[in-house]
Design a protein. Sequence first.
Length: 232
Amino acid sequence: MTSLDADDWLRTLAGDRADIDRSSTAEKVADKLRASVLGGEIRPGQQLNEKALGDALRVSRNTLREAFRLLTHERLLVHEYSKGVFVRKPTWQDIADLYAARRVIECGAARVYPRATDEAKRAVGAAVDNAVEAATRGDWTAVGTYNIKFHQALTALAGSSRLNEEAERLLAELRLAFHLMDDPKRFHEAYLPLNVEIAAHLEKGATQQAVAALESYFETAEHQLVTALRGE
């Protein structure tokens, strides 16, 4: 990430500072930073400048440090002694563990699609449509963002705020792994048709086929990421 990109990212955060008033908690700051990870704006290995972030969000150093602590617990950040706080680089072991959790959460949520709200169902289709549109204009970073939104929408089918929160944490870790892949187009291009297939199965009420396609998706994606991070 160039210094110009970093400045743009800080300006974006500064524009959101109205959402964080004096009564805000470190959890809200952590939510903002996690959203930046999910949106692809923060990358693995990037150092987080405490003063710059504090100025952008207009929060105290203590509040920011507590937010860092929360995100370190979520495995999104790492504190390096005498150096500072950095965005964590996931390992292949992290990927294997993430996919073990995702299989339970997302496949389980997909199974209840027939009972999901119309709003939740529309969100699944909208994420796929937006990803396809982004692909047509060649914005593969945006495709990665909509891929994350698609899997968030799958989890939301279950109608559980607790599962949604857990999925957000898991997918934020996964988004960091996406950044470690050299070519976003080559990585995401293969998975977009699978998302389209899964959404189509769900819309037709073919829940078992959708779950089978999702399980196949996970197996392929996990293998690709683990292989890349192990340097094989």
